[in-house]
Structures are given as structure tokens and as C-alpha cells.
Write a protein that binds this ligand. Structure first.
Ligand code: F6P
Length: 344
């Protein structure tokens, strides 16, 4: 009987998921396996809901945004009897292995299922936040930055015309990579990332200087940034099943813009790019990366090298231990602060 691989995509979607699925399917079929999609992340395994996948279905996936098999932020460890149901359905569906495509949360569950039950699982790293350890980049990030940089260039035009300060809020829950890379590529005047509390006085001084010179300034902020002048969020915080604060109503861009206007007296506007960064066709970089890590996942399964994740290390795709990739978030570190000091 042909062996069957279950594929799931969990957590926030990002461009590259469909090409990654294609990579798994194409390589798996070459090794003699059939693939089946589990609908909407871990929820699919929990409820035994599947979606057909084969080479014909995935043929045009390379440039397609979103995820054909759906996603959710379901955590089986937070649902009563959830893990048992997953294990039961794994057997019932006759699966011989599982490919979990996700970020720290989805792959965190995969790590636990491998550790606790030796479930034959391998991971594929994805997240627009680029905050997974061991892998140099996660697919979704390059597209997110490309889209955000395009928004920043557009804001520059309108900001320059109106002699305004413009603020662009980008995503990035615990990590400032998207904000930092967008700020560098768009030649912004200031960047606010969650890893480093922003000194408001410094920011205002810098913006006044920039404005004096060119009658315009651009600020890129992460949705999760912290500024010393703004104080703590007072509202009750909504958490997802993985215990992360849902940042959708935080309004960092609006808060920073209003603070800047108040302290500088210069007309300031803001824009929030939000989920636009997660849609659309993946960039060439993300297409190549996602298809490569997808294929590597099938290879790991074929070698029975479970409990591993396909990672980009240098220019090579390697199998690394899942627990190492999910143990600690990769956030913007001191080496980048040096660069930030010089640029912003
Ligand atoms: O983790 C990826 C991400 O896009 C974060 O940057 C953001 O905070 C979060 O997902 C938003 O999640 P949701 O799509 O559930 O609102």
C-alpha cells in the first residue's frame, strides 16, 4: 500500500505556503508517497478533516498566495482530549508521517508531539515575522518586507508633497525584523521595534532634524513597539490559544503619529498596512525558499529523520532539530542595534 503523508499549515498565513505544499507533494510523490492536506492547521488533525492533494492540484501553486488547505491558530494541547484525538486521527487516516508548516506555535506543537509520543513529524518553517531560530530566513518575510517597502515609498511621495511626517505601522508580534528591514530599504528616518524601548526625546530630536533638512520625515513602527512616552496599554488584553496578545486594536501607528504631532507641531499622518503584507504572490526569493524547504521535508520523511525541521543555513537547506528551532525566538539583536544607531 502507498504510504501517506499528511500536510498541515498552521498559524498566520503568509506568501510561500502554497509553493511549500507543492515542494512536499512533488518530492513525496517522487519517493513513492501520496499526500493529503489536513484542513486548517492542527484543527484538521483534531477533527480528521482532509483535503486532496497531488501533483495535478498543486501544479500552479508556485505563485499562489494564501494556503489552499487553510489555517488556524488551533492548539491541540489547549483543548481537552485534543492531543488524544490528534493521535487517533493520525492512525485512522492511515498516515505514515506528518509535515507541519508553521511558525513557533505550530512547530512548537510538532516538537511536543514528537517528544511526548514520537509522532513521525517534520517541520517546515514559515512566518512573515522571520523570528524562528536556526533557519536564516523564513519564507513570507521577504514578501512582507517588499510589500511594506512599497507602501513606505508611496507614503514618502504624499508626505513630501504635503510637508508632513508620515508613520507606517507594520506587523511583527515579538520581533522587529519586518519594521527594521522596511525602514532600511525605504530610507526611513526612524524605526521603532519591540526589542528596544524607544527613547521618545531622541526620536523627536531626530525627526525635527530630518524635517528641517527636507520638510518631510518617515517613521516605520512595528505594531508591538514600546515608547517611553506612551505608557503601558491599559485595556484588557485578548490572548490567542498560544497565549500571545492579539495586537489588532493596539493602534501603535496612530499613537506614535499623535505623539509626534504634539511634540513637534508638524502635521503627521499614519497608515497601517496590516494583513496586506500577508497576501498576494510570493516574491522570487520566497518562492524558491518555500519550495526548497518543502522538498527537504519530504526527503527527511523518506530518510525517517523525524523530529527535524528543514532550515536555510547559509545557502544550504538542512535538517535541524525541531526543539532547537522552537526553543527560543530569534529577535533583533545587538549587532543590528549598531547599524540602527548609524542609520536612524
Ligand atoms: O505571526 C504573524 C503575524 O502576522 C504577526 O505579525 C501578527 O501580530 C499576527 O500574525 C496577526 O495575527 P492574526 O492574523 O491572527 O490577526
Amino acid at each position: 500500500m502507498t504510504k501517506k503523508i499528511g500536510i498541515l499549515t498552521g498559524g498566520g498565513d503568509c506568501p510561500g505556503l502554497n509553493p511549500a505544499i507543492k515542494g512536499v507533494v512533488y518530492a513525496a510523490e517522487k519517493f513513492g508517497y501520496k499526500c493529503i492536506g489536513l484542513a486548517e492547521g492542527w484543527k484538521g488533525l483534531l477533527e480528521g478533516k482532509t483535503i486532496n492533494l497531488d501533483k495535478k492540484i498543486t501544479e500552479y501553486f508556485i505563485e499562489k498566495g494564501g494556503t489552499y488547505i487553510g489555517t488556524s491558530r488551533t492548539n491541540p494541547y489547549k483543548i481537552e482530549g485534543g492531543v488524544k484525538k490528534c493521535l487517533k486521527n493520525f492512525k485512522k487516516l492511515n498516515l505514515s508521517a506528518l509535515v507541519a508548516i508553521g511558525g513557533e506555535d505550530t512547530l512548537g506543537v510538532a516538537t511536543k508531539l514528537y517528544k511526548d509520543y514520537k509522532l513521525p513529524v517534520v517541520g517546515v518553517p514559515k512566518t512573515m515575522d522571520n523570528d524562528l531560530s536556526i533557519t536564516d530566513y523564513t519564507f513570507g518575510f521577504d514578501t512582507a518586507v517588499t510589500v511594506a517597502a512599497d507602501a513606505a515609498f508611496r507614503l514618502k511621495d504624499t508626505g513630501k508633497s504635503h510637508r508632513r511626517i508620515m508613520v507606517l505601522e507594520v506587523m511583527g508580534r515579538h520581533a522587529g525584523w519586518v519594521a527594521l528591514f522596511t525602514a532600511i530599504t525605504s530610507g526611513a528616518d526612524f524605526v521603532c521595534i519591540p526589542e528596544k524601548k524607544i527613547d521618545t526625546q531622541k526620536m523627536i530630536k531626530k525627526l525635527k532634524e530630518s524635517y528641517r533638512r527636507k520638510k518631510f520625515a518617515l517613521v516605520i513602527t512595528s505594531e508591538a513597539a514600546e515608547l517611553d512616552g506612551l505608557g503601558k496599554d491599559s485595556e484588557k488584553k485578548e490572548l490567542d490559544q498560544f497565549g500571545h496578545v492579539i495586537l489588532k486594536d493596539r493602534g501603535m501607528g496612530a499613537k506614535i503619529a499623535s505623539l509626534i504631532e504634539q511634540k513637534t507641531g508638524i502635521e503627521t499622518r499614519f497608515a497601517v498596512i496590516g494583513h496586506i503584507q500577508r497576501g498576494g504572490s510570493p516574491t522570487i526569493f520566497d518562492r524558491i525558499l518555500s519550495v526548497r524547504v518543502g522538498m527537504q521535508a519530504a526527503k527527511l520523511i523518506h530518510k525517517k529523520d523525524f523530529g527535524k525541521m528543514a532550515a536555510l543555513v547559509g545557502n544550504k537547506i538542512k535538517g535541524v532539530h525541531l526543539h532547537k528551532a522552537t526553543g527560543k525566538l530569534k529577535t533583533v539583536d545587538k549587532k543590528w542595534y549598531e547599524m540602527m544607531k548609524i542609520l536612524f
